[in-house]
Design a protein around this ligand. Structure first.
Ligand code: HEM
Length: 239
């Protein structure tokens, strides 16, 4: 075989091998993309799931959700949030979504006392455009988020945020909460109609799934605002 043919064949072989390697790499990269962490919504017509102690919560799938410290938003409010995980469940009954969160918290902090003690709290966050491309760090100027916020002093607020430092209450009667103390901490149900006006928050009507994020504050640890435990990535709520 003359040397130039040999060179040509070697070159072809090299090309094929690197192409194969690239394909192999691509395949592994595709394989490596982890499936979004999922919370299944139990569809249960005609039930009232407003109370954290409602029977239906014994049937709704429960998912353990790990929480991480939110990175400091305000330089002045720093510390280490203490809540490491929560259990999330969701029920769709008729035109309402009920989200139940339960987490450990030894002390019930239900009143803000001067500047040293804050209240326990929890929140559920959705991208208003329904897309996981929205940053889970409270959205941004072009991609706002809707946050359902419960506080142990009885405050339930519907917020819209376009990045942290911008959360703004948007009054909406239809957002409800109910909370109980459990043996180890709190159980809270936040519920809302699936359909709302665009200015009122995220529309959940007719969705097969939607990204969702969570936050928890321990008032006893002086947690408030950006000092909290959160999911640093979106989970998927699957209807
Ligand atoms: C790493 C991610 C996050 C950072 C750095 C962050 C930072 C902040 C900061 C600086 C504030 C105070 C200013 C403001 O009111 O906007 C704040 C408030 C708030 N954030 Fe976040 N946040 C993050 C993720 C989340 C998530 C995932 C949720 C909900 C699931 C959430 C819910 C809230 C709520 C409800 C407030 C108002 C708290 C209050 O007024 O008591 N945040 N956040």
């Amino acid at each position: 075989m003359n040397p130039s043919n040999l060179m040509k064949q070697l070159a072809t072989l090299a090309m094929v091998t690197s192409a194969a390697a690239t394909v192999g790499l691509a395949a592994t990269a595709v394989q490596a993309a982890p499936a979004a962490k999922t919370i299944r919504v139990l569809s249960a017509a005609g039930v009232d799931a407003a109370s954290p102690e409602a029977e239906i919560w014994k049937k709704a799938p429960a998912t353990q959700v790990a929480l991480q410290p939110a990175f400091p938003g305000h330089g002045s409010i720093v510390g280490t949030p203490v809540t490491e995980r929560l259990t999330a469940q969701a029920v769709r009954a008729g035109d309402r979504l009920f989200v139940k969160l339960a987490w450990s918290d030894r002390s019930a902090n239900t009143a803000i006392k001067d500047t040293v003690q804050f209240v326990d709290g929890a929140a559920v966050q959705f991208p208003i455009n329904g897309k996981a491309s929205t940053t889970p760090f409270m959205g941004d100027a072009k991609n706002p988020v809707n946050v359902w916020h419960w506080r142990a002093d009885g405050l339930t607020e519907n917020l819209v945020a376009k990045g942290f430092g911008t959360s703004t209450p948007v009054h909406f009667e239809g957002l409800k909460s109910a909370a109980v103390r459990t043996d180890s901490g709190w159980a809270v149900v936040l519920s809302r109609s699936l359909k709302v006006k665009p200015s009122e928050g995220v529309s959940l009507q007719g969705r097969a799934s939607i990204p969702v994020a969570f936050a928890a504050w321990d008032g006893d640890n002086q947690e408030r605002d950006g000092l909290k435990a959160v999911t640093l990535e979106w989970w998927q709520l699957k209807f």
